[in-house]
Design a protein around this ligand. Structure first.
Ligand SMILES: [Zn+2]
Length: 291
C-alpha cells in the first residue's frame, strides 16, 4: 500500500481519469441492469439515432463538454447525468485513495462506492435496488473481514460468553467462548434491524415505507461496518440524510407530501460517508449520543 501523501499530482490525475472511465461503465450499468440487458453487448450507442458511439464520443466528462451535451450525429441532447456520474465516480476514486492509501483496501472501498452510485440512480428511476449491487457490497464486506482475521486473528471475531450453569448440569459445568465473524453478525443485525422497522412502520402507517431491497442493502452494509457502533451511526446517518432531503424536496415542491420518496439513495449516501469518513463521523455522532 502506498500512503496517499506519497502520491504526486500526475498520479492523482490518473486516479481521477480511471474513476471517470469506470463511471462511464456505471452509466451503462444504471441503464441496462434494471432492464436485464447485457452490460457488454451491444456497444454504446446513441439512444435517439442508434449510431454506435466512437472512442472520441466516449471520453468521460470531456466529450460531454466538447459536444455541448449533444449527439454528434443527430444533435439530440444527452442528459447531464452521464457527465455527473462520470465526474462523481472520478472524485470518489480519488477520495477512496486519499482515505485508504493506494492499495487493495482502497479498491474494495471504491467497488462499494460504485455499487452505491448504481443503487442511487436505479432506485430513483425504478424504485428497486438490484440484488447484484447488494451482493457486490456483501462480498467486499466478507473479504475485508477475512483480511482483518488474517491480520489480527481471533481479536477480530465477536465472542459470546456461554456457560452451562452448575445448577443444571453439575458434572459438565463449563464456561467457554463462542466466536463468530464480525461481517456475518453485522449482516444479520443490519438486515434484522431494517426488517423490523419495515414491518413495524408498514403495520403502523398501513402503507409500505421501505422495500425488501432496503433490508438487503442494510444487511450488506452491516457486513462492512460490523454490528457495533459503525452500523448504529450508519443507521442514524441514513435517517438524518433521509429527513433533510425529504423536507427539502417537499419545501421546494419537487415532491409532494403524499409521494413515495425512495429510501435507497439516502442509505447509499450514508454508506458513502461511512466508507470514506467513518473515523471522523463515528466519534462525532457518539459524542452527541452520550449527552
Ligand atoms: Zn444520435
Amino acid at each position: 500500500m502506498i500512503p496517499s501523501w506519497d502520491l504526486n499530482w500526475p498520479a492523482w490525475v490518473v486516479i481521477i481519469l480511471f474513476g471517470a472511465a469506470v463511471g462511464s461503465f456505471l452509466n451503462v450499468v444504471i441503464y441496462r441492469l434494471p432492464h436485464r440487458q447485457s452490460l457488454l453487448h451491444p456497444p454504446s450507442h446513441c439512444r435517439s439515432c442508434g449510431t454506435r458511439l466512437r472512442a472520441l464520443d466516449l471520453i468521460p466528462v470531456l466529450s460531454y463538454v466538447l459536444l455541448r451535451g449533444r449527439c454528434r450525429y443527430c444533435g439530440k441532447s444527452f442528459s447531464p447525468r452521464y457527465a455527473i456520474v462520470e465526474l462523481a465516480t472520478g472524485l470518489l476514486a480519488a477520495a477512496a485513495v486519499y482515505t485508504c492509501g493506494l492499495g487493495l483496501y482502497a479498491v474494495g472501498v471504491f467497488v462499494c462506492l460504485c455499487a452505491l452510485i448504481v443503487v442511487i440512480y436505479v432506485d430513483l428511476d425504478h424504485m428497486i435496488i438490484p440484488d447484484e449491487t447488494v451482493v457486490v457490497i456483501l462480498i467486499v464486506g466478507l473479504l475485508f473481514d477475512c483480511r482483518q482475521m488474517l491480520q489480527q486473528g481471533t481479536e477480530q471475531l465477536i465472542s459470546f460468553h456461554e456457560r452451562f450453569g452448575p445448577e443444571l448440569y453439575p458434572e459438565i459445568y463449563s464456561e467457554y467462548l463462542v466466536y463468530l465473524p464480525r461481517s456475518i453478525v453485522g449482516a444479520l443485525v443490519g438486515a434484522g434491524v431494517f426488517l423490523f422497522i419495515t414491518w413495524f412502520f408498514t403495520a403502523l402507517m398501513r402503507k409500505p415505507v421501505m422495500g425488501m431491497g432496503d433490508v438487503k442493502l442494510a444487511g450488506a452494509m452491516g457486513a462492512i461496518l460490523g454490528p457495533g457502533y459503525g452500523f448504529f451511526v450508519y443507521f442514524l446517518l441514513s435517517i438524518i440524510i433521509g429527513a433533510v432531503i425529504s423536507v427539502a424536496l417537499i419545501a421546494l415542491r419537487i415532491r409532494s407530501r403524499r409521494d413515495y420518496i425512495p429510501f435507497g439513495p439516502m442509505m447509499a449516501l450514508a454508506g458513502m460517508v461511512m466508507l470514506l469518513a467513518a473515523d471522523i463521523v463515528v466519534p462525532l455522532v457518539l459524542q452527541f449520543y452520550r449527552i
